[in-house]
Design a protein around this ligand. Structure first.
Ligand SMILES: *Cc1c(COP(=O)(O)O)cnc(C)c1O
Length: 472
């Protein structure tokens, strides 16, 4: 398969022009009731027909790569296709409710939220769920606050949170942001938690152990029950980073493994588009004894009436109103449509796809057996170069250089949405790149609209408005 990304150039230097550069018209400005110094005398606005506008956005999208262009195996991020029907549900007129309406007038809204709390609770094996946090990291922070409130309520001042070195960066950040000292846990030789190292790290200061299972290498922590016992014996709590629940749906539950707190990334596991910073939702589930510390309010049911109730020792609010409502509607619609069997099937396929793909690629996969994702090593090649070159084969590259336990890591998660043909296309891309020389890799990508970009500047020197271009 030969791939060339579209290139719509305006002139030598510039791609598709901005709308305001295409055609503008002086807006008719009515007299304003605002003071003169706050109003302007003239305003140029884009003046384009609908087809011109549609073409503009289509061209822009053709110069980009997305999950609707091809496979997107960005490990840990679960970039799966989001079925369109969830957008239809979120666009129903009845989903457009003003957040300030009184609970009696939005019973349907509350019922949906209540049911979603219940669904997520059952999926994770948790007794109570808050839907408020707007992202996975915000869920972690909320969960850490809940743990802190719990210990303080019991008259204990515990200052440390243990995080495995392979954990997602947000785990360290959430723990530190909540005022804890972070104790980094070195990994064992097999890529799992080393029980001796854990024993050494646990103390009276331990508030929480943050863990994910399957872990960052996609490996299942077989000793999880023993780990839970050790942490609980030390008086600590166990936190589950459930951002990547794709391997577990309907198969195993963090609550049954001994975890006390977990977050879910509905924008990874339950089909809401993500990337570029949201919007998402990172609900948090807890076991019974922690429910009284959840953010306020919680949606509860009394007979056939739904109410908003403040948990007794709530950590407070972590988001306006009840959270990112329309994202939650999409998660609800997705779970309701798939049902028990569909969710079970999705995780089985996610695991099968990862294992099939890993078996087809030439790069070494040092750790296993794994679940919904695997970490291959680019060996002598630079993983960043491999990623750039893969774009030339019409596929999105995997996550690179993380986790650091694997040198030149290629962390790959094909997700359940891909069929065998697409997995073979991915394998072909991996294998073609594995056999290419350094020069080809350094010069990649060749067939994309934008070539090698300065990634650091792209991340640190953001230009968020067309004014920034004007300033150049
Ligand atoms: C994505 C991710 C997070 C953070 O989720 P955000 O919604 O991006 O804040 C946390 N942990 C893991 C393992 C993740 O993959």
């Amino acid at each position: 398969m030969r791939y060339d990304q579209a290139r719509w150039t305006h002139d030598e230097e510039r791609f598709e022009p901005l709308l305001s550069e295409k055609h503008t018209k002086e807006a008719d400005l009515d007299d304003s009731p605002l003071p003169d110094e706050l109003t302007r005398d003239s305003l140029e606005l884009p003046d384009l027909s609908e087809p011109e506008l549609a073409r503009h956005y289509t061209r822009l999208s053709e110069m980009n790569y997305g999950v609707e262009s091809g496979p997107y195996p960005l490990g840990s991020c679960t970039m799966k296709y989001n079925p369109k029907f969830t957008e239809d549900v979120a666009a129903l007129p009845s989903a457009a409710v003003h957040p300030d309406r009184s609970p009696e007038t939005v019973q349907g809204t509350l019922k949906l939220l209540y049911d979603l709390q219940d669904y997520l609770g059952r999926i994770g094996g948790m007794d109570a769920v808050t839907l408020q946090p707007p992202a996975g990291a915000a869920g972690e922070f909320t969960g850490v606050l809940v743990a802190k409130a719990y210990h303080e309520h019991n008259g204990e001042d515990r200052s440390e949170i243990i995080v495995p070195e392979s954990a997602h960066g947000t785990n360290f950040a959430s723990a530190a942001l909540a005022g804890f000292d972070v104790v980094e846990l070195p990994g064992g030789e097999d890529g799992r938690v080393d029980l001796d190292a854990l024993e050494a790290a646990l103390s009276e200061e331990t508030a929480l152990l943050m863990l994910t299972n399957p872990n960052t290498l996609g490996l299942f922590e077989r000793d999880i029950e023993e780990i839970a016992e050790m942490v609980h014996d030390a008086g600590g709590l166990l936190y589950y980073d459930g951002a990547n629940l794709n391997a577990l749906l309907g198969q195993a539950r963090p609550g049954d493994m001994g975890f006390d707190i977990m977050h879910y990334n509905v924008h990874k596991t339950f089909a809401t588009p993500h990337g570029g910073g949201g919007p998402g939702a990172g609900p948090v589930g807890v076991v019974d004894r922690l429910a009284e510390f959840l953010p306020r309010p919680q949606v509860t049911q009394d007979g056939d009436k739904y109410e908003l109730v403040d948990p007794e020792h709530s950590v407070g609010k972590v988001h306006g109103y009840l959270g990112n409502w329309l994202v939650l509607v999409k998660a609800y619609a997705y779970i309701a449509r798939l049902g028990d069997e569909g969710l079970h099937d999705a995780s089985a396929k996610a695991v099968l796809n990862a294992n099939y793909l890993a078996s087809q690629i030439e790069y070494e996969v040092p750790y296993g057996p794994f679940h919904h994702e695997f970490v291959a090593s680019a060996g002598d090649q630079d993983a960043a170069d491999v990623a750039k070159r893969m774009l030339d084969y019409g596929v999105h590259p995997p996550t690179t250089k993380w986790p650091e336990i694997v040198s030149e890591a290629l962390m790959t998660e094909p997700t359940e949405i891909e069929n065998m043909e697409t997995l073979d296309q991915l394998a072909h891309a991996f294998n073609a790149v594995a056999n290419e020389d350094d020069e080809t890799l350094h010069n990649a990508p060749e067939r994309t609209t934008a070539r090698r970009i300065d990634q650091t500047s792209a991340a640190r020197d953001l230009r968020l408005s067309w004014h920034a271009l004007d300033d150049e």
